[in-house]
Design a protein around this ligand. Structure first.
Ligand SMILES: NC(=O)c1ccc[n+]([C@@H]2O[C@H](COP(=O)([O-])OP(=O)(O)OC[C@H]3O[C@@H](n4cnc5c(N)ncnc54)[C@H](OP(=O)(O)O)[C@@H]3O)[C@@H](O)[C@H]2O)c1
Length: 257
């Protein structure tokens, strides 16, 4: 085993790096913020409603020896998204790792889907990713360094019943990530998407138990992911993925191959 040299039990290979995770107070985003902090990064936490969860996370991160900023803001609002990124840059003068994690579902069959259910999901998941990324790029280009990790979904590749809005937003994130990777490679900025399968968070708790069981048996590994299992993929891409760009990494127990 490699001895730790700072934060957490693993070696701190993100020491000196600055990360921003959107929608980090709960679920997968929270696990990613902890993973990056454990690897030694200073982590800015964006949250929208979950102030108490965000504060407890900040306490945990500081206890691990990393610095932490708490930044409220709705990433689907362009001004908010830019403010979130600018707060990191004003405070820490750089931004090395951007994780666009904030996301929502508004599941409905396409025949019943209202315009606002379509628009809300596109606005948070896809537009939010665009707004935060656009705001971060000038600093990353100046630094000649950036690691952008966009949380998409296996649904963005395979589609899903009742999730046309979510599939379009996460499929859009994957296509966006590839174009971003192409445009930014010359600045040593990589862009990759993580496509989680079904992961045990509040998002999944909205799905009825009977349907969850029907889904579970279709997963080759026969279980849902834990948020920390998705977070490990983000940690890997941020710390060790220097020659990986434009990819979607499925963390889905084999659900999508
Ligand atoms: N769970 C799964 O099965 C699964 C599968 C595939 C992909 N994903 C993706 O993984 C990501 C995280 O999902 P999760 O399962 O962790 O969901 P979750 O437990 O519902 O958490 C969602 C997070 O996103 C934040 N958020 C939502 N809208 C926001 C906005 N407009 N601005 C800023 N933050 C916002 C929430 O913040 P507040 O609480 O502060 O509002 C919350 O922290 C999402 O992009 C989701 O699409 C999840």
């Amino acid at each position: 085993m490699i001895e730790g040299n700072g934060n957490g039990s693993r070696w701190a290979n993100l020491k000196g790096k600055v990360a921003l995770v959107t929608g980090a107070a709960r679920g997968i985003g929270r696990a990613i913020a902890l993973e990056l902090a454990e690897r030694g990064a200073d982590v800015a936490i964006n949250y929208r409603n979950s102030k108490e969860h965000a504060e407890s996370l900040a306490k945990q991160i500081r206890g691990m020896g990393s610095d932490c900023l708490l930044i409220p803001g709705d990433v689907s609002n362009k001004e908010d998204a830019h403010h979130v990124v600018e707060t990191v840059l004003d405070s820490w003068k750089r931004l090395d790792i951007l994780v666009n994690n904030a996301g929502i579902t508004r599941d409905k069959s396409l025949r019943k889907m209202a315009d606002d259910e379509w628009a809300d999901v596109i606005n948070v998941n896809l537009n939010g990713t665009f707004y935060c990324t656009s705001a971060a790029l000038p600093a990353m280009m100046e630094q000649q360094f950036g690691r952008i990790i966009n949380i998409a979904s296996y649904v963005g590749q395979g589609g899903n019943l009742g999730q046309a809005n979510y599939a379009a937003s996460t499929g859009g994130i994957i296509a966006f990530t590839k174009s971003l990777a192409l445009e930014m490679a010359k600045y040593n900025i990589t862009a990759n998407a993580i496509a989680p399968g079904f992961t045990s968070t509040e998002m999944l708790s909205k799905v009825p138990t009977k349907i969850l069981e029907q889904i579970r048996v279709k997963i080759p590994l026969q279980r849902f992911a834990r948020p920390d299992e998705v977070a490990k993929a983000a940690g890997f891409l941020a710390a060790d993925g220097d020659y990986i760009t434009g990819q979607q990494l499925n963390v889905s127990g084999g659900l999508y191959m």
